[in-house]
Design a protein. Structure first.
Lengths: 339, 339
């Protein structure tokens, strides 16, 4: 049997939520590593909302533009199968920009941001989704931009998502009072078990009324994974010197027309700050962050929720599901099945 | 002749820009200081866009709500005419919440935020408009929230206004490259003379095209006095780690419907921060700020533009003019004429 490289490519530009026909499956001959290159075998791929932006060819994450038929961008964990690169040996485990494919030949350029995977006591699924850009995002955005202090009130939207469920737990570690926002009773129950002091189910509750009820001293930190109306509601309820961390805007990604934030000037009344977060600004903290996360996981202070789908064929379904909100925790796909 | 207290009161809630019939003139008997009170004689009153908000009874600046017929809020400089308060003596010069009136009896409460005027080598007009909340605003917002570094590109909207023309000069003192935005050739010429490296006339130029042309390395600090479309344009042109200081939103104040900021998530792409500024958070810096401003004025590094109208009867006209953009520099009204 000839070994093939399996790939998921941009079949069509998604309109609204992505659908199966937006993804194009291809098989191509196994690539060969040239001088200065490595051949990587994908073990796990992470799934993140931004991938729809890649497919639409919207600028995001500093990745190069994609034509129809190009392999979709995606980070994951891989094993070095073959190396003609001085810094890598066969068997090394790395994480970085692999794309939606089972194999990749790479010169391990700066742009692909490959990092060697440490903390082997944790699984590769942890590596791809926790000790990864997701964990780095949650950790550095919450601590560097949010600047939490014990006793403060923290509201986290997208609280059952990959970044959100980690931020909820970090906020508890920091001694904060934590209100999570998620869609549906099941997600709310899960996040509550992770330590949230109270939950708001945005699909069934009046968010503004619940915020008023649950945050009598207003919001010190609003950690935003969704944008739109919930961001606007939180802007109306800021405590003095509040911080907003803009991490994601999933509610915006599939809107026909963008949400217009009419009450941005509420930042002035509260002398508050809204930080836009871009993960690649924080790569120098990667090792320190992972060491801290691994410690919290080891001591049980942090319980990662990893929502793992099995099999490379599940990639489109995995991303489509994120947009219908069916994931709890951080989502990844196990690509190599026999380990 | 009986001495009267002259007052300008809320005659009607302004719809859109304020007009003469929104102001109600009253005369009342001279008030008398009781135990623990002082009688103040107003020398100067400052004029600020926020005063229209007071008249509309919109929450602003932490001032108490106003009914129709109430004296309009306003800060100014006054002389103590009579004192039955242990901390004040006859002849003291103070600045604080006087309201639009020639005399006030006050218990000098916390809420009125009275401060004794120092730096007597400068005029009272300087006290009311430069060594005042206006100067404190410009100084602390620009330096604390803007965090300027030499060589950075700073864009200042409302650059010919009270706060704006000071920020332009502070940015030059900080070694920045400064682009001002103002309405009309005359204002642009004035701000250019104050040191701006280039000006954009928003009434006649294509602001987005000029920003692109004048900021090839994008914007490091956008100092916002206007909000709305210009804020949105600057959000599209942020350098990495940029800071936006939201000081005022005069373009918003008279809109029928509020502007919806659709591109707030651009903060994420630039890892940028948007700070809302509220001056009363910075009162502890008042003396240090005034000492610095007085020094810059003495050395000629800071040239305050004071747009002074003469006579208490000019108060309505002074505020109406701010909303038609006819002021250059910081506006005040000389209330007591014979000194």
């Amino acid at each position: 049997m000839t070994l093939l490289n399996k790939q998921w490519c941009v079949g069509a530009r998604p309109e609204g939520k992505p659908k199966p026909s937006d993804f194009l499956y291809k098989e191509s001959p196994m690539p060969v590593a040239g001088e200065g290159e490595v051949l990587l075998e994908t073990l796990y791929l992470g799934i993140a909302p931004v991938m729809r932006m890649y497919m639409m060819n919207l600028p995001a994450g500093g990745e190069p533009p994609l034509d129809l038929g190009d392999v979709i961008h995606g980070r994951g964990v891989a094993r070095v199968m073959e190396s003609r690169h001085p810094d890598y040996s066969v068997g090394d485990i790395v994480q970085g920009q692999l794309g939606w494919q089972t194999h990749k030949v790479s010169k391990m350029t700066e742009r692909e941001r490959f990092l060697k995977v440490k903390h082997h006591e944790l699984s590769y699924a942890h590596s791809v989704r926790i000790l990864s850009m997701t964990g780095l995002t949650a950790y550095t955005s919450f601590f560097d931009q949010g600047s939490p202090r014990a006793g403060e009130t923290v509201v986290v939207s997208g609280a059952a998502g990959g970044v959100g469920h980690m931020v909820v737990q970090m906020a508890k570690i920091a001694g904060c009072h934590v209100i999570g926002i998620a869609g549906g009773a099941e997600k709310c129950a899960v996040v509550k078990r992770l330590g949230a002091d109270a939950m708001i189910d945005y699909k069934n509750d009046d968010v503004a009324a619940k915020i008023a009820e649950l945050c009598p001293d207003k919001i010190d930190i609003y950690y935003d994974n969704v944008g739109g109306e919930i961001l606007s509601t939180c802007l109306d309820n800021l405590a003095y010197n509040a911080r907003i961390v803009l991490c994601g805007s999933i509610s915006e990604y599939t809107r026909e027309e963008k949400f217009g934030l009419q009450n941005y000037a509420m930042l002035r009344r509260a002398n508050a700050t809204m930080h836009g977060y871009f993960v690649y600004n924080y790569l120098d903290q990667f090792d320190a962050c992972n060491a801290q996360l691994a410690e919290w996981i080891a001591t049980g202070q942090m319980k990662p929720l990893i929502d793992e789908l099995i099999g490379f064929d599940k990639m489109p379904e995995a991303l489509i599901g994120v947009y219908s909100g069916n994931n709890i925790g951080t989502r990844c796909v196990k690509v190599k099945l026999d380990e």
